[in-house]
Ligand binder design. Structure first.
Ligand code: NAD
Length: 402
């Protein structure tokens, strides 16, 4: 019997588990995660804004475990010794024949001073929940002090995550305003971005759609303003391109850092050849130096032949990688070769609030309600592909499920 260890119960890990558990191969699986629940990483911004409760984006890992084939270990992965085929957890050591690594992402500060100490992260359910609780606290403090800085929220970085978070904050602003005893328009939402053009992967038309709504909602989007430092209660950005000394302090009691991510720190700690926690994998998604180690999702870099850059890390590609790695292992056990991994994105859609979204599906640009509908359908699909029908019925995004 072959032992397959899966590290991480995110999109890639749970998708691989789903495919492996369905097979009749002579395998035993050990799934490791530090939490006893899976969470929908694509919905963290909604928890941070309080527009979804955290239980709506989580489900118990035990719900998807087939105990005849799989054992679940709740523990923290510290290091992988791929030469010895060993995984060191905080409380025990595991051995494997095949290893699937889907340990996800962490926030990237790019060494900018003060980020870790003075800005909030949004990397998992706990940190997203902390963002929400923090804002609620600041609203209460406004009520006592009438100091406007308590009403000011700054999102650092206008990538997909930053924009979705801003949209969710706009949606949450009515609740925040009620707590503070002000009007929703009194909640000041800023987004500070280093480059001039936001979301460069989309056409100008889609970019304009997004900008139109941000403007309508009175979001203060500052572009071309790289953040140089975060101090307690202030974001320090460079105001003019050619003058490094032209620094402006934007004061706010809530500062959320969303300027990009890197793969899990375990990858660097384990000595893999990596860049920002991502390993340039072989065509079957294995480590170039270890045929039995699959690196998936945020810890993996696969070149997109059409752009000559690694594919962006999305839930969609993580799910596809999870299926592929499981099937590749099953093929190897049967002595059959697999075709190399290939990925055709179904498109990407960013939500701005619960009912607005924009993006590209296939080759078609979508905006407004149809885009929002598609975004919810994509979310339900990932729920289905990791959790199955039960989770979609319990946590799905369309009200007609209830
Ligand atoms: P990102 O790297 O895509 O965007 C980060 C943004 O922060 C960039 O616009 C960058 O210019 C800006 N930035 C970097 N340093 C800065 C600084 N010092 N000051 C100001 N701005 C700065 O990161 P992300 O948004 O966290 O997304 C990570 C990955 O997850 C991406 O691949 C993204 O496509 C994916 N994602 C997809 C979706 C979706 O499909 N709906 C949603 C969220 C994230």
């Amino acid at each position: 019997m072959k032992e397959i260890v899966i590290l991480g119960a995110g999109y890639a890990g749970l998708r691989a588990l789903h495919v492996l558990q369905k097979s009749s191969a002579d395998i035993h699986i050990t799934l490791v995660d530090r939490n006893d629940y899976h969470y929908e990483a694509t919905s963290l911004h909604e928890v941070a804004a309080g527009t979804q409760p955290d239980e709506k984006i989580c489900y118990k890992i035990k719900d998807v475990i087939n105990s005849n084939k799989t054992v679940f270990v709740q523990d923290t992965v510290e290091k992988i010794d791929a030469d010895k085929k060993e995984v060191y957890l905080e409380n025990q050591k595991l051995n494997y024949d095949y290893l699937i690594v889907g340990l996800g992402f962490q926030s990237e500060s790019f060494g900018i001073p003060g980020v870790k100490e003075n800005a909030l992260e949004m990397v998992d359910v706990k940190t997203a929940d902390q963002v929400h609780k923090h804002i609620v606290e600041q609203m209460k403090k406004y009520k006592e002090t009438k100091d406007e800085e308590y009403l000011r929220i700054v999102v650092c970085g206008a990538g997909f995550t930053g924009i979705e978070l801003v949209g969710a904050f706009v949606e949450g602003s009515k609740k925040f305003a009620d707590i503070a005893g002000v009007k929703p328009e009194d909640i000041q939402i800023y987004c500070v971005e280093a480059v001039d053009k936001i979301l460069p992967m989309f056409s100008d038309k889609l970019g304009q759609y997004c900008l139109k709504y941000l403007k309508k909602w009175d979001v203060k989007l500052l572009t071309g303003k790289p953040i140089k430092k975060v101090e307690p209660g202030a974001v320090i950005y460079q105001n003019s391109k050619d003058n490094e000394n032209d620094l402006v302090a934007l004061k706010a009691k809530t500062i959320v850092w969303t300027t990009g991510v890197s793969g899990s720190k375990v990858i660097g700690d384990s000595g893999f050849e990596e860049r920002r926690g991502r390993v340039m994998v072989k065509p079957n998604l294995t480590d170039p130096n270890h045929d039995d180690v699959y690196l998936l999702g945020d810890v993996s870099a696969v070149m997109d032949p059409s752009s000559n850059r690694p594919y962006p890390t999305t839930a969609q590609i993580a799910l596809t990688m999870g299926s592929y790695a499981a099937k590749d292992i099953l093929n190897q056990l049967k002595g059959q070769p697999s075709d190399p991994f290939s990925f055709k994105s179904l498109g990407s859609v960013a939500s701005i609030g619960n009912t607005h979204a924009f993006g590209v599906v296939g080759k078609t640009e979508v905006t407004a309600y149809p885009a929002s509908f598609i975004k919810k359908a994509i979310m339900d699909r990932s729920l289905f592909e990791t959790g199955g029908v039960k989770e979609v019925l319990a946590k799905g995004r369309f009200d007609f499920y209830h």
